[in-house]
Design a protein around this ligand. Structure first.
Ligand SMILES: *[C@@H]1O[C@H](CO)[C@@H](O)[C@H](O)[C@H]1NC(C)=O
Ligand SMILES: *[C@@H]1O[C@H](CO)[C@@H](O)[C@H](O)[C@H]1NC(C)=O
Ligand SMILES: *[C@@H]1O[C@H](CO)[C@@H](O)[C@H](O)[C@H]1NC(C)=O
Length: 484
């Protein structure tokens, strides 16, 4: 080979590289343009409506002081953990290690009650001294209350909290629930993916939570809250935090009693107070079943993520729940489940007191937001609410008010079907008008129809997560705020 051909060869390779880079740059630019258009479209819709008077929102129930710690820093591996086992409530250090091992090796999230006070206080004491551990206000209700207050609402929060913990709430939140000497601590043991603990390796990052909390499972703030509720006369009552009733050792019949008290509170609200129930990841099928009997038929609105939707759908249709569900379901699947739930809930509330009737469903998934509202119901601004919920998802996870498209990606497809039924309409994602809304007629009670509006907004998924916990609560509240 002469040096000329070498030179020519080198020249050609460099030329190809330059061309390849050029095209790649162009593809990147096209992608960025798309994301930018979607972002502009969402922001425009979000800003289209304004909320006039300061809305009043009452949020139930509960609060806790979350103590975050690196799991392996607190729990030293011990031989007893070789035999993993799960206990519904934990009474000794040995049971704690075995239960931790049980969930750690599957990378599965779990929350357990520690019935031994001495044990719990001891481990909290140790955990709080370990460097890197930190406290923060926890519980679904406080997160939602904070979001509403930050949006400018006047908020009444049902919770038992020490004055010290109350200081971490923003202005505009009043706490109703009675005094407490010591906050309920939830110890959150975090671990990363592929982390080693003795003979185990975690397949994914997750958290194991233990608590010794008797206030939240018993919804002990309910009565005090009730005293103030009537006078407060809110536009919206939010029922949340009920997953604290999961796996708690109640005396027989006590959980039903408490749920019935919550139901009474929902039913007692004046017609101008709408009632929203925010789901959570319930583990016990029995509790979920009780919710479909005592809580869900009395709500005007329901909020949930895709997993909670699948669980609710399964329990209402088949009476069972599955713990593994598709984490990125198609729009068509989610919409079909929403229609079915709307239908079943409307039927289940047929012979019940009619002061409240399901007229809104909001499903938040990683990839998109779906909001279904009954036309001519008091819920307004569905389109803007879907856009705001979508933007809040990115803002919350990225931890920034401004959405940065350099840290965002689109997971939703270029178009979606409105149902999995053959011949369903396909809706293309229009980057200039990213929120799609349309009207439908839904079968409700036998022989009656509801005209509904459905809106779908794509999420600009945050690629550099700053925080994930509390996302659903923020997203749901943001959507509700524009609709009351
Ligand atoms: C409770 O925990 C303490 C401290 O770990 C332990 O000494 C005691 O035996 C435990 N009680 C029961 C009933 O297991
Ligand atoms: C729930 O029940 C249905 C119908 O009986 C069945 O097809 C489904 O596999 C069940 N799911 C689980 C998780 O058991
Ligand atoms: C969501 O709520 C939490 C707790 O109230 C707050 O720290 C966080 O900043 C909120 N996220 C957004 C996007 O406002």
């Amino acid at each position: 080979m002469t040096s000329n051909t070498v030179k020519a060869g080198t020249f050609i390779s460099i030329l190809f590289l330059v061309i390849a880079l050029f095209y790649r740059q162009q593809v990147d630019d096209v992608l960025k343009d798309r994301l930018n258009s979607i972002l502009e479209g969402l922001v425009k819709v979000e800003k289209q409506c304004s909320v006039g008077v300061k809305p009043k929102v009452a949020v139930g129930y509960g609060a806790c002081n979350d103590l975050f710690i690196d799991g392996k820093e607190l729990l030293k591996y011990d031989e007893v953990a070789k035999k993993p086992e799960h206990f519904d409530d934990i009474s000794s250090a040995e049971e704690l290690l075995k239960t931790y091992a049980y969930f750690f090796r599957h990378g599965a999230a779990a929350e357990r009650y520690i019935s031994n006070d001495t044990l719990f206080d001891t481990i909290v004491d140790i955990a709080s001294r370990i460097e890197g551990s930190h406290f923060s206000l926890g519980g679904n209700a406080p997160v939602m209350a904070k979001r509403f207050a930050l949006e400018g609402c006047e908020v009444l929060l049902a919770a038992k909290m020490t004055p010290k913990l109350q200081e971490s709430l923003p202005e505009g939140v009043t706490v109703a629930g009675g005094d407490i000497r010591k906050d309920d601590i939830h110890l959150i043991l975090e671990y990363k993916a592929n982390e080693e603990w003795g003979i185990y390796k975690s397949p994914r990052a997750n958290r194991f939570i233990v608590h010794n909390d008797d206030n939240n499972p018993l919804v002990s703030s309910l009565e005090e809250f009730n005293k103030l509720l009537k006078k407060f006369n809110p536009n919206l009552l939010v029922v949340s935090g009920l997953q604290m009733m999961d796996n708690y050792p109640y005396p027989k019949g006590v959980r039903e009693q408490r749920l019935l008290k919550i139901r009474d509170q929902m039913v007692a609200q004046a017609p101008n107070t709408r009632v929203h129930f925010e789901m959570a990841s319930f583990v016990e099928a029995e509790l979920l079943y009780q919710l479909t009997q005592f809580i869900i038929p009395y709500a005007d609105s329901l909020g949930m993520n895709e997993q909670e939707l699948a669980n609710l759908y399964n329990i209402m249709l088949y009476g069972n729940i599955s713990f593994v569900s598709d984490s990125n379901p198609r729009v068509a699947t989610v919409l079909d489940q929403m229609r079915e739930i709307f239908h079943l809930v409307s039927r289940s509330s047929l012979n019940k007191e009619k002061s409240h009737q399901l007229t809104r469903l909001h499903v938040h998934t990683l990839a998109y937001q779906a909001i279904l509202t009954v036309k001519n119901s008091p819920w307004k601004n569905s389109k803007a609410a879907a856009a705001k919920a979508s933007l809040t998802a990115n803002r919350h996870v990225c931890g920034s008010k401004e959405v940065d498209i350099e840290k965002a990606k689109l997971i939703m497809d270029d178009s979606f079907s409105t149902s999995i039924a053959a011949g369903s309409r396909r809706v293309p994602l229009d980057v200039d008008q990213p929120v799609s809304c349309w009207d439908e007629e839904l079968n409700a009670e036998p022989g009656s129809w509801f005209a509904v509006e459905i809106c779908i907004a794509p999420v600009l998924v945050c690629t550099e997560a700053y925080q994930t916990a509390g996302g659903g609560d923020n997203i749901s509240s943001a959507g509700l705020y524009l609709q009351i």
